[in-house]
Ligand binder design. Structure first.
Ligand SMILES: NC(=O)c1ccc[n+]([C@@H]2O[C@H](COP(=O)([O-])OP(=O)(O)OC[C@H]3O[C@@H](n4cnc5c(N)ncnc54)[C@H](OP(=O)(O)O)[C@@H]3O)[C@@H](O)[C@H]2O)c1
Length: 283
């Protein structure tokens, strides 16, 4: 029986993991919310790891508000960089394999083909910089890590693009969506499955990996696919814009090449539009 700690368990990915792990034998889970375990509190973290033995830790805890991070740099780095560092130190001390999540926003989006794990990083915003610092702390501290960079997460849980679009459509709001960025919408349930597979197969090919659903699109394409799947495309007031003002700069292209993880786990990954249809049909 493997013992697994999930941090930030009230978040979107944390909740998807909870659903995924409910039916997974041979893994006993401790779901720790921010209230249970604040990863920025080094003392509390040390005490917690001292009291509870784990084999694995999935760190889903993060400061994820990309816009707000521009004015809350200290807070973003505290969670995404320092928090990740404290966790890596505890994992090393107690020989716990650390699965950590990072982001496509570590890249600047100047590439024209999907990003590989070893491609040059160059974050354009505070959130991306804080996540990159977290990656670097982990890599420098503890070799038994999987850093999984992912992109444009959505699910049935929490605040995300899918739930916002569904809500706005219900309120009959006019929607103007940007075509400025290209990336890959990723179903957080698919990400949860991949993380659980790494644990179930006791994989030891540690390192940095990319995971997203397959294919690419803009946020406008994502919105269009949502309303196609809900059969509201003819009724919803959806328009595209090339200029959508935001505080945080975003990479114009941040598609991730996921072949390394596909080959390591011997899996195929679902196309983003297909996975979106599945989630909408199951709602
Ligand atoms: N969402 C995306 O589009 C996206 C894209 C690429 C990568 N990622 C990465 O994927 C991971 C999961 O994202 P998500 O969408 O599940 O994020 P989320 O829904 O924002 O969940 C993050 C969770 O972490 C908690 N948290 C914040 N500070 C904490 C602290 N100091 N100690 C413990 N918990 C803390 C949050 O609690 P509160 O809500 O109470 O603050 C929240 O429950 C993150 O590492 C994120 O950077 C996300």
């Amino acid at each position: 029986m493997s013992k697994l700690l999930i941090t930030g368990s009230n978040g979107q990915l944390g909740q998807c993991l909870k659903q995924q792990l409910e039916n997974t034998p041979n893994i006993s889970c401790y779901f720790a919310t921010k209230k249970d375990l604040d990863i920025t509190n080094e003392q509390a973290l040390g005490d917690f790891f001292g009291e509870h033995p784990f084999d694995y830790c999935i760190n889903t805890a993060a400061y994820t508000n990309v816009e707000k991070a521009e004015s809350e740099q200290k807070e973003a780095f505290l969670v995404n960089a320092e928090g990740a560092y404290h966790l890596a130190k505890e994992c090393k001390k107690h020989n716990v394999v650390l699965l950590h999540l990072s982001t496509d926003y570590v890249f600047d989006g100047t590439k024209k083909t999907p990003y590989l794990e070893q491609d040059q990083t160059n974050p354009l915003n505070v959130y991306g910089a804080s996540k990159l610092k977290g990656e670097q702390y982990i890599a420098d501290t503890w070799n038994k890590h999987f850093i999984v960079r992912t992109s444009w997460l959505y699910s049935q849980h929490g605040h995300n693009f899918l739930n916002s679009m569904l809500k706005f459509a219900k309120q009959k709001k006019a929607l103007t969506i940007t075509t400025q960025q290209k990336g890959t919408p990723t179903n957080a349930n698919d990400l949860a499955k991949v993380l659980v597979t790494i644990i179930k197969t006791e994989n030891t090919r540690y390192g940095v990996y990319h995971f997203s659903n397959q294919g690419e699109g803009t946020w406008y394409d994502f919105a269009t696919a949502i309303f196609k799947a809900t059969k509201e495309l003819d009724t919803v007031r959806l328009a595209k814009t090339e200029h959508y003002p935001t505080f945080a700069k975003r990479p114009p292209y941040s598609v991730l090449n996921c072949n390394k993880l596909k080959n390591t786990l011997d899996l195929t990954f679902t196309d983003w539009e297909e996975s979106l249809k599945q989630i909408i049909n199951s709602k």
